[in-house]
Write a protein that binds this ligand. Structure first.
Ligand SMILES: NC(=O)c1ccc[n+]([C@@H]2O[C@H](COP(=O)([O-])OP(=O)(O)OC[C@H]3O[C@@H](n4cnc5c(N)ncnc54)[C@H](O)[C@@H]3O)[C@@H](O)[C@H]2O)c1
Length: 396
């Protein structure tokens, strides 16, 4: 059983507590910290949390807790993580780890120096659909992964600090792109080094200094590509979709706007339908179990099992640091309009990678380009002569 200090009582603090306390869970939040004592008290009462505090140091140092969860705005992650590490507690930090890779690297150094357990709370790598798809990919179902497309778009975040570039570290890329980048890394293989990024981003709708929409390509050392599409200007709810394209197969994941429940109501119900839903009447896509569908339940199970088993969880601070480095390169590319290198002074993955290109021989002289069963039942093959390069057809 983990006894937790929760720092932050906003949207994600609430989702985390729902996941931790749900289904008669053993793990409990023991202390809730909010900068406002009234809010901390209110949150504690709502979720049956025995203690609350408006003093972060006191909340972290509470002798009855062993784990600190950082659920604060991005500019507060570093100080909170360092304080928790120095207090010798296990530290779990929400995404993005830092506002940039330099902050993330300092946080990684702090937890490693203190020798404490660290987990990166990247929930979307833990949705039941994603875990299933990752198992299928590991089992070889799609062959070699060539291209992963990950999309997260909605109409914009719910609190002021997200919109302030100094506090959040950027716009839709740092907020949503961090999820997409780590989803793509997970499918491509975290041991494969990300090399460079090409990114377009712009402020299409909202009057802010950061980008509210962006599309980027992340190139990996083995030739695979991760594509992220993010927006704070998308209308119609929260669109969370991933696609995995491999040499032998394809996976499409739709996490939110087609949840399996499609309901029409002319009159509405309680008002709330699902996170970032834009309407409460008409055709709706409610969610049976929001914390479960968003990955929070499996994420905490992995984190706490890992603490007990004395192993690393699926997502560590090192992963958060790599994600920040890729996001930094996206911002550099957006500014320069060129491919930007991913700067990773600390790289712990493979030092060489086999290219994903899948060349198949047709016969001794020819390479197979493509085969297709035609309407008349024959098999048509497109082949290339290895010596001359000439492309021709065969029928079987
Ligand atoms: N899917 C996810 O994993 C996910 C989803 C949403 C948010 N997040 C992350 O969680 C963190 C918090 O986001 P949120 O949506 O809960 O934000 P929020 O605005 O809903 O809540 C933020 C909390 O921090 C407190 N806070 C704000 N400014 C503070 C300050 N200066 N000092 C102390 N406390 C302060 C607020 O009172 C509130 O309790 C962010 O890093 C965000 O990126 C992750």
């Amino acid at each position: 059983m983990r006894r937790i200090t929760l720092l932050g009582t906003g949207l994600i603090g609430m989702f985390y507590t729902m996941a931790l306390h749900g289904r008669r869970g053993r793990d409990r939040v023991g202390v809730a910290y909010s900068r406002s004592a009234d809010r901390a008290k209110e949150f504690a009462a709502e979720w049956g949390i025995p203690r609350f505090s408006a003093n972060m140091e006191e909340a972290i140092g509470d002798p009855n807790t062993d784990t600190v969860i950082v659920a604060l705005p991005n500019h507060l992650h570093e100080a909170a993580v360092i304080a928790a590490a120095e207090a010798g507690k296990s530290v779990l930090c929400t995404k993005p780890l830092g506002r940039n890779a330099a902050e993330a690297q300092r946080m990684l150094a702090a937890v490693e120096r203190a020798g404490v357990f660290h987990g990166y709370l990247e929930d979307l790598c833990y949705t039941p659909k994603t875990l299933h798809a990752l198992e299928s990919v590991r089992g070889g179902a799609v062959g070699k992964v060539l291209w992963v497309r990950s999309r997260e778009t909605h109409s914009g975040p719910h609190s002021d600090w997200f919109w302030n570039k100094e506090l959040s570290g950027g716009g839709a890329i740092i907020d949503l792109g961090c999820h997409c980048v780590e989803i793509a890394r997970s499918f491509i293989g975290k041991e494969i080094r990300p090399i460079e990024v090409m990114c377009w981003g712009d402020t299409q709708v909202h009057p802010i200094d950061a980008e509210d929409s962006a599309v980027g390509l992340v190139k990996y050392e083995n030739g695979a590509v991760g594509q992220f599409e993010v927006s704070w200007a998308f209308r119609g709810g929260m669109d969370l979709r991933d696609e995995v394209a491999g040499t032998d197969g394809t996976i499409w994941l739709n996490h939110w706007l087609r949840t399996g429940i499609e309901m029409f109501t002319a009159v509405g119900q309680s008002g709330y339908v699902a996170e970032k839903a834009e309407s409460a009447t008409g055709w709706l896509f409610p969610v049976g179990d929001e914390p479960g569908a968003l990955g929070y339940v499996d994420m905490f199970a992995d984190m706490f099992d890992a603490i007990e088993d004395r192993r690393a969880p699926r997502e560590t601070f090192y992963d958060g640091y790599v994600v920040n480095a890729i996001v930094d390169a996206a911002y550099a590319s957006m500014a320069s309009r060129q491919w930007a290198p991913v700067e990773l002074p600390i790289w712990r993955g493979a030092t060489a990678a086999t290219n994903v290109a899948a060349i198949r021989d047709y016969d001794a002289e020819h390479i197979l380009i493509k085969e297709e069963r035609m309407m008349d039942g024959s098999l048509k093959l497109i082949v290339r002569n290895k010596r001359t390069g000439e492309i021709g057809e065969r029928r079987a």
